[in-house]
Design a protein around this ligand. Sequence first.
Ligand SMILES: [Zn+2]
Length: 208
Amino acid sequence: MMSKKFLRLTPPRGISEMDDVRWGRTLAHELGHYVFWLGDEYMDWRGNSYYWDYITCDDFACYPERDVYYAAPDSVMKNDWVWSELSTPKDYEEFHKYLNNTYGDWKPYTTDQWGNTTRTNENSDEVDPGIWHSSAWETVYKILTGDNLKIKACIPQKDFNVKGSIPCSMKTLVLENKIYLDFTPTSEFTPKTGPYTGVSYFMEVIWG
Ligand SMILES: [Zn+2]
């Protein structure tokens, strides 16, 4: 459960409460995790935050290198207080171009959400190719229409009734939904509004 009012300590800092658009976007972000198994997009697949961990120093000052944070796809999974949409394949084309130019290779620096670098477990740098290769939007599409879709998901280790944040561990899940969609989005498709993106929508989730 998300509390009615909470204090955010990372930038943009502040208080959010029910009826506030930021509260709604935070709910959309959390639903992204718990309904669609989307990853956070403000950190790389090794768990380094783009905002805090990519640091460079020069002779005069040591300061956070924030460019990689700003280059990452602008999506609700990156910063729920700023964006409401999901990342698309086009976003990742641009992000990986940026990472190639800056670091020579995108793979070590891409998000946990996309690429052939998904962790085999949360404490390991070992990679598990072949699983979950997609932007957030593609992942939602695959999950909705999935037939034997194998994904890595962070499963909570404790009862949801416990207050505060709950640790999770990476497990393999096989999803089989086979929901029929009456259109086929291509890589050119940019979702603007719809039942699975944005806020101000209500969604009923039935488990099992
Ligand atoms: Zn998150």
